[in-house]
Design a protein. Structure first.
Length: 345
């Protein structure tokens, strides 16, 4: 559901139009249309005719002693103009976020760049490659096998990923509605990665393994003007099933929800607005804000009734547009691990 991207490209007045300006009109840009068929591997690459886009990976990890960690790697693209140019005239801006969460610490860093000059981008040549400066996500053209690396002032990581299931098209065959007015994005995921590698932390290097989830999404006006933020959950369950659910909060209207149940074999069951429920149970004081860090989630159609709890309530992303993002545990009718993103608090 990740829309943390219009990082300096909108005038300040735009921030009144939905969270981070994502409810503003996008005149001249392409807009998603229901019935459009996604095409791979082409859609793993960039879509500069749309205003916003990202390649967004999160992972739940453990070391040999059972200590849990979370990892994030994200590359965002934002277009200043619908006119597609090259070189120094390119209107594409890029932003990278990387983070590692431990039970006691949250390490985060950010990179900013521009398109057209080789500093950042995504290409589909002999294989897939997304990069900003020396950070990279690269590998097979079908995304089934990837290498991942990023570094910050006090951490770094080097990971390998292998997909053990198919891609998931969110919403209506990849057309993901975000509001009652019909704002939407194209949205698909690869929720079946196995991941392993090394975290370099101030306390030393740590070998880890776990599960990872990649989200791909692009649009031009994904939110309604009154939508002030969202709560997004990805669940990787011990049964092998996966689930995505989000709640978009509004100043004036009822929350808008969406969910996808994903069987262990990759079969998907998209859920309509209102089917998925999320209720905050416990709040924490984080970055001078009250943030819900424990939730009950329900999806009756799939007998889901679980409590999710943050590994580290202090997982605040101190980036250009700040938000909360971190790993969660899942207990109840299903058990497992997952990730939670929250904006607009």
């Amino acid at each position: 559901m990740k829309w943390i991207i219009l990082f300096c490209s909108l005038p300040m007045v735009a921030f009144a139009q939905g969270f981070a300006g994502l409810g503003t009109e996008a005149e001249g840009f392409a807009v998603p249309e229901r019935g459009h068929e996604l095409s791979f591997p082409d859609d793993h690459g960039p879509h500069p005719e749309y205003r916003i886009e990202w390649w967004y990976l999160t992972a739940n990890l453990q070391d040999a002693g059972g200590v849990e960690y979370g990892l994030q790697w994200t590359l965002f693209r934002s277009a200043l103009s619908p006119k597609v140019e090259t070189g120094w005239a390119a209107s594409q801006l890029w932003m990278g976020h990387a983070a590692v969460t431990t039970p006691d610490a949250h390490y985060v860093t950010e990179r900013l760049g521009r398109g057209g000059i080789g500093q950042a981008g995504v290409t589909l040549n002999d294989g897939f490659e997304a990069w900003i400066d020396d950070w990279h996500m690269r590998g097979a053209l079908d995304l089934d096998a990837l290498d991942l690396a990023a570094s910050g002032p006090n951490f770094s990581y080097d990971m390998n990923l292998q997909a053990k299931g198919p891609l998931t098209l969110q919403g209506d065959k990849g057309f993901s509605v975000k509001s009652a007015e019909g704002q939407a994005s194209y949205y698909y995921s690869q929720p079946f990665y196995e991941i392993g590698g090394t975290l370099a932390l101030p306390s030393g290097d740590v070998a880890v393994t776990g599960q990872a989830w990649l989200d791909r999404e692009w649009s031009s006006q994904p939110l309604g003007s009154s939508q002030k933020g969202w709560d997004w959950f990805s669940l990787s369950l011990e049964s092998g099933a996966r689930m995505m659910g989000f709640v978009l909060r509004s100043d004036t209207d009822a929350p808008y929800t969406s969910a996808t149940w994903i069987d262990a074999d990759g079969t998907t069951s998209p859920m309509p607005n209102g089917a998925f429920k999320a209720q905050a149970l416990q709040w924490s004081d984080v970055a001078k804000r009250r943030i819900p860090t424990q939730w009950t989630l329900s999806l009756p159609q799939k007998d889901v009734d679980v409590t999710v709890t943050a590994l580290n309530p202090e997982a605040w992303m101190t980036t250009s547009v700040p938000y909360w993002e971190g790993p969660i545990s899942i207990k109840g009718s299903h058990n497992g691990r997952g990730y939670l993103e929250m904006t607009g608090y």
